[in-house]
Design a protein around this ligand. Structure first.
Ligand SMILES: *[C@@H]1O[C@H](CO)[C@@H](O)[C@H](O)[C@H]1NC(C)=O
Ligand SMILES: *[C@@H]1O[C@H](CO)[C@@H](O)[C@H](O)[C@H]1NC(C)=O
Ligand SMILES: *[C@@H]1O[C@H](CO)[C@@H](O)[C@H](O)[C@H]1NC(C)=O
Ligand SMILES: *[C@@H]1O[C@H](CO)[C@@H](O)[C@H](O)[C@H]1NC(C)=O
Length: 350
């Protein structure tokens, strides 16, 4: 879940987790945000930072200094990728693999960076990290005077700074000739990492709890609270839909291709190359194609069989699915359900 080399198809990453080393096999890397395969296994204790395959030099140093952060970085990036898969479940590109300078890559970098900010900020608040604690953000000016400020908040300030240093480290260590395609890619990655972090920061808000006699709410305590990560996913998805297409100018800077739009800010996603249509599998673009994907026969959207299957048609078959059903609430407090099997029609792209 950290930065990994791009050229191997299965990589192993190990995280220090609850005092054991947990190793995960990862599928084809998305540069820094690979997809985790569930089969995790434990290996004997070995120095953590040398076990983490694919850390850059700077990241190894940070790993040594902040070993207790590594688990949260890993979990954060994984949360990002899970959210990516959720947001793109009805699209041809489903976050499984990616071309390396398209808008899909932009999204995966942004959401992984966002996941890391989220996880580190929360871990601070929960007292899991030795070098940070509750948020010490200043009291908002517009908070009513008799409300208390100082509940233990998510430490966004720390989460943002640490994630920036760690996640961006691998890009910052590279150096490419000015004006080269690689330097453009590097600027694109840094920009999208930042957009992801800013999205988390922009969505953070003040949350309050009532005190006082029998819920009178005469007294309130307030703190800084990160938004639910689903909201971060939705916001980045909107940014994906309006991402800016960029090119290098003669001075080696990234500029917008079409100058009639407002230039992107540090909160927006940017990309360099246009996307393939993701209809057919193509190794050089990282497209898996949509053969074998489920589609919806009645939908006219991207999940509809027409668009999802790129006009190739689909096969229909009956599938049995098991669902929770006849759920009853039992005092107190659990819900008991039966398992029902039902037969549904499924449509699968040719
Ligand atoms: C990105 O893809 C291009 C071709 O699409 C390739 O030339 C380049 O080496 C790739 N870069 C990385 C870092 O994989
Ligand atoms: C894969 O994509 C590249 C770049 O778009 C294209 O040039 C190539 O013809 C494609 N290959 C196949 C097998 O479709
Ligand atoms: C994404 O689509 C590919 C095939 O197009 C499929 O193999 C893979 O399981 C899908 N991934 C997810 C997370 O749905
Ligand atoms: C298929 O699409 C229709 C129309 O958008 C929707 O009402 C229905 O719930 C979808 N079916 C499934 C199985 O997602």
């Amino acid at each position: 879940s950290l930065s990994l080399s791009v050229h191997v198809s299965i990589i192993k990453v190990c995280l220090y987790y609850k005092s054991v080393f947990l190793c995960l096999s990862l599928s084809r890397s998305l540069a820094m945000n690979p997809l985790l395969i569930p089969e995790a296994y434990i290996i004997g204790a070995q120095p953590l930072c040398s076990q983490l395959v694919g850390l850059s030099q700077g990241q190894k140093k940070l790993c040594q200094l902040y070993q207790d952060h590594m688990q949260y970085i890993g979990e954060g990036a994984k949360t990002g990728i899970r959210e990516c898969q959720y947001q793109f479940r009805h699209r041809r590109w489903n976050c499984s693999t990616v071309d390396n300078s398209s808008v899909e890559t932009a999204f995966t970098y942004a959401i992984s960076a966002a996941g890391v900010v989220n996880a580190v900020s929360r871990a601070c608040r929960e007292g899991e990290l030795s070098s940070c604690g509750c948020s010490r953000a200043a009291r908002p000016k517009d908070l009513p005077r008799d409300w208390l400020w100082g509940g233990c908040g998510d430490n966004l300030n720390y989460g943002y700074r640490f994630s920036k240093e760690f996640v961006d480290a691998r890009e910052r260590e590279k150096s490419y000739a000015k004006g080269s395609f690689e330097s453009a890619r590097l600027m694109m990655n840094l920009h999208n990492n930042e957009a992801g972090r800013r999205t988390v920061s922009d969505l953070a808000h003040v949350s309050c709890k009532c005190h006082g006699v029998s819920g009178s709410c005469s007294l309130k305590t307030c703190w800084l609270q990160l938004a639910d990560f689903r909201k971060v996913g939705e916001t980045l998805k909107e940014k994906y839909d309006s991402a800016a297409s960029m090119k290098l100018n003669s001075r080696g800077k990234l500029v917008q291709r079409d100058s009639k739009f407002n230039p992107p800010t540090s909160h927006d996603l940017v990309y360099i190359e246009s996307s393939p249509d993701y209809c057919l599998s193509n190794q050089s673009t990282g497209s898996l194609g949509t053969v074998g994907r489920l589609c919806n026969k009645t939908s006219e959207g991207m999940d509809g069989c027409e668009l999802m299957c790129c006009g190739r048609g689909y096969d229909q078959y009956k599938a049995q699915i098991v669902e929770r059903c006849h759920c009853k609430f039992h005092w107190c407090c659990y819900v008991k359900c039966k398992r029902c099997t039902k037969t549904v029609d499924q449509f699968v792209c040719k």
